[in-house]
Design a protein around this ligand. Structure first.
Ligand code: C2E
Ligand code: CA
Ligand code: CA
Length: 568
């Protein structure tokens, strides 16, 4: 039989299946699933040879559907060749009435290739005339990662992702909460590693007590814990978190010692189900990082605002994440000219990322980059951006020999141990001169370890690559950073020059910024030049380059190559 014939047969058999038997199958299946936690369940109506299987098994192995005709035969095709004979004999015995149960181990092929070791236990239920009626069983997949965290006895990240997925499969609304401890390494350093472990155990236990039966608790890594709840809503969680935090600030004791823990927390409510678990995790991590870096540990909710097309933010991020996994479909770069502050000749460009698809249209980068920054997929996208920008830069360079391409980095890219190698390889493969590349970092790089950051920047510079500090003045630590790190260029954020034509304060700030930058040997680029008036004023300060709508908006490569500065 070819695939089409198989599908037709399946459809025919399911249509012929009496409705009352189907209701009975469903009721039995639901009851059976409840007691079979952590395993796959199958239930076969032997009179019609129609089975229902757990959705998790259908997804994991890529079975044709939850309901299957002749599932024993279908499943046999998934079983490793070497194990098939034993399996076949076992099933034959059951259907012929020779045996009333089985208990076997075999390897089964999962979706996308590779085999998982499974143990399968099943029993035949007889009808009132002692004839085989149902065959019910569970399959335990040993290929699955162990889901227990041995330190706290809680379920770990695998369990967390599993439960997220099963809620999504069932279209079950859920609250997902994450909390973690700041500066935990200090506890390890001061009191020792064993004591640190005790703290984590007590923390986990206390979290379980607070959550009670309103949700499940997981330790998802190191000092981060999560809760999934199908009943609790944000107000409830906010209130509980407040009390929870207070406890760790005042009266938390471990082995008779008073310990003070600083916490952070993020929250997301999931009521759209066409997303994957990693997207939910990215949203949760974004909220958590916000809590840590901007809200002194207060609970941050990732809210799911509905835009005019009524599509959720999570769904949009999900689509963008999927694009990364599908050859960067929908991503492209625009190039905004950078000109010399005095001659106004073209001296460079900044590559700016865009994403677009039919459903969501063009999404500006600040609506997705901050959420994806801490996603394990981001460095891959970062490398694509770099390679794309270098290939454009090569074309531009042949027309403008002094041209420098600026590429934005996220601080999480710098954290990767292979980051410098990736950049150097990209330059070599593009056959592009390193001195004509400038990497822009923002003040968020403060979140990284300072020594690591110094090493990375020094290593990039040793290859001739230039480094710019972007959005200067918008964070808390601009001045400190300029003092500590060897920036070639300081880019002054446009929020400092928007009113410069009629605001004395902005002029005064501009004078300080440009003086400060040049005293550290860096050049100054001012962003957001929108008018001739702004340009005239800014030319009076010690600045070297300009960028802004007055010269050009971000352009496609084609438009860029045809672009000429005004009056030239
Ligand atoms: P940014 O690095 O500060 O980029 C400059 C932003 O200012 C760009 O917005 C640009 O279109 C806008 N802009 C330039 N001149 C003017 C002006 O005269 N007036 C006004 N109102 N705006 C002006 P865009 O393209 O929306 O990018 C926003 C941010 O997204 C960027 O800010 C950067 O932080 C981030 N981003 C963009 N591309 C990338 C990328 O490839 N990688 C990373 N990590 N971040 C990126
Ligand atoms: Ca930038
Ligand atoms: Ca900027």
């Amino acid at each position: 039989m070819n695939l089409e014939e198989i599908l037709q047969l399946q459809q025919k058999k399911l249509l012929e299946y009496p409705l009352e038997r189907r209701h009975k199958l469903d009721r039995l299946f639901v009851a059976f699933s409840i007691v079979a936690e952590g395993t796959y369940v199958y239930l076969c109506d032997m009179k019609y040879d129609i089975s229902r299987w757990s959705k998790a098994a259908v997804d994991h192995f890529g079975l044709p559907g939850d309901y299957m005709y002749d599932a024993g035969d279908i499943w046999e095709n998934f079983i490793h060749e070497e194990d098939r004979e034993i399996y076949h004999a076992g099933i034959d015995d059951i259907f012929s009435g020779k045996s009333n149960g089985h208990d076997m181990q075999y390897r089964a092929q999962k979706r996308g290739g590779g085999y998982d070791v499974c143990t399968c236990r099943g029993a035949v239920l007889l009808d009132e005339n002692d004839k085989p009626n149902y065959f019910a069983g569970v399959i335990r997949n040993h290929g699955y990662q162990n889901q227990m965290d041995s330190l706290t006895g809680l379920r770990n990240q695998y369990g967390f992702f599993d439960d997220l997925q099963s809620n999504l499969n069932r279209c079950q609304e859920m609250s997902v909460f994450i909390t973690g401890i700041s500066k935990f390494s200090e506890i390890n350093e001061v009191y020792g590693y064993d004591f640190g472990n005790r703290v984590l155990q007590c923390f986990g236990r206390f979290l379980c007590e607070v959550v009670g039966n309103s949700g499940s608790v997981y330790r998802i890594d190191g000092t981060k814990f999560a809760v999934i709840s199908n009943t609790a809503k944000i107000e409830f969680i906010r209130e509980r978190y407040r009390a929870f935090r207070r406890h760790f600030r005042s009266d938390f004791q471990v082995d008779g010692r008073n310990i003070l823990l600083e916490l952070n927390a993020g929250y997301v409510f999931v009521n759209h189900f066409d997303v994957d678990t990693k997207t939910i995790f990215a949203c949760l991590n974004f909220a958590y990082t916000e809590s840590k870096t901007r809200r002194q540990g207060g609970l941050v909710e990732f809210y799911n605002d509905l835009n005019e097309s009524n599509r959720s933010r999570i769904e949009r991020l999900n689509a963008i994440r999927n694009s990364i996994m599908h050859g960067y479909q929908g991503f492209y770069l625009l190039y905004q000219p950078v000109v010399d502050a005095f001659s106004e000749n073209l001296i460079g460009a900044e590559a700016l990322l865009r994403w677009k698809n039919d459903k969501f249209n063009v999404v500006p980068p600040d609506q997705f980059i901050p959420f994806l920054e801490s996603d394990p997929l981001f460095p891959e996208l970062g490398e694509w951006i770099l390679r794309e920008a270098l290939s454009a830069a090569k074309q531009i360079l042949s027309h403008f020999p002094d041209f420098v391409m600026n590429v934005n980095l996220s601080y999480t890219q710098l954290e990767r141990s292979d980051f410098c190698d990736v950049v150097v390889r990209a330059i070599q493969e593009a056959d592009y001169p390193a001195e004509h590349l400038c990497l822009e970092v923002t003040e968020r790089c403060r979140l990284l370890d300072m020594d690591l950051l110094k090493n990375v920047l020094a290593s990039l510079k040793s290859h001739g690559i230039r480094i710019a500090l972007d959005d200067f003045g918008t964070g808390f630590s601009s001045v400190g950073l300029v003092k500590d790190l060897p920036f070639d260029i300081i880019k002054i954020d446009r929020s400092f020059v928007q009113q410069i034509e009629n605001d004395d304060m902005e002029r005064e700030l501009m004078r300080h910024f440009s003086g400060l930058a040049s005293s550290f040997g860096a050049k100054v680029c001012v962003e957001g030049i929108e008018t001739e008036g702004m340009r005239d004023i800014l030319q009076k300060y010690h600045v070297q380059s300009f960028q802004g709508y007055y010269y050009a908006k971000p352009l496609t490569l084609e438009d860029f190559l045809n672009w000429k500065p005004q009056n030239k």
